[in-house]
Design a protein around this ligand. Structure first.
Ligand code: ZN
Length: 157
């Protein structure tokens, strides 16, 4: 295990005399045995280490950007079936949409651990789909309701 301290841009270096610096080169970064040891350094020099957090350079899971999960491509037949089941209506706002404008929405967003399979798909227009990406269905309804109320309030005082 090799823990370094980073703020996502710089890495903390510690010289032989104990002086704290920073570098963009991970090769020069000070490595620690564990997160605890790294955090002790942060607590000792809170000013210089502000915003820095321990990062395990050997844990490849940490290095994978979470949003870049590959999404499955669904065949035209599957898309057509979901479209027909929904009667061509966005399952979020109820608008009729063209098949070519329809997008497949994950009922439980992938970012929240939803499965990338047909049973987790529903028809949604692109606007709704984009807006809902990081919400669960209930949260999304709340959010839409809040947005509606907020906009009405702004308009009519
Ligand atoms: Zn919609």
């Amino acid at each position: 295990m090799a823990i370094v301290l980073t703020n996502g841009e710089y890495y903390i270096t510690v010289s032989s005399t104990g002086k704290i610096g920073k570098t963009t080169n991970i090769e020069e970064a000070q490595t620690f045995y564990s997160c605890n040891v790294a955090m002790k350094k942060v607590f000792k020099a809170p000013g210089k280490c502000k915003g820095y957090y321990p990062y395990d350079t050997e844990d490849t899971e940490w290095n994978k950007p979470k949003e870049k999960q590959k999404r499955k491509k669904y065949s035209t037949e599957v898309r057509r079936m979901i479209y027909n089941n929904a009667d061509g209506r966005c399952q979020l706002c109820g608008r009729k949409i063209m098949f070519t404008d329809a997008s497949m929405d994950h009922i439980i967003p992938l970012a929240l651990g939803g499965e990338d399979c047909e049973s987790n798909l529903q028809l949604a227009c692109k606007v709704c789909n984009g807006a809902k990406d990081f919400y669960l269905p209930d949260e999304f309804q709340d959010r839409v309701f809040d947005t509606f109320c907020f906009q009405m309030e702004k308009k009519h005082g």
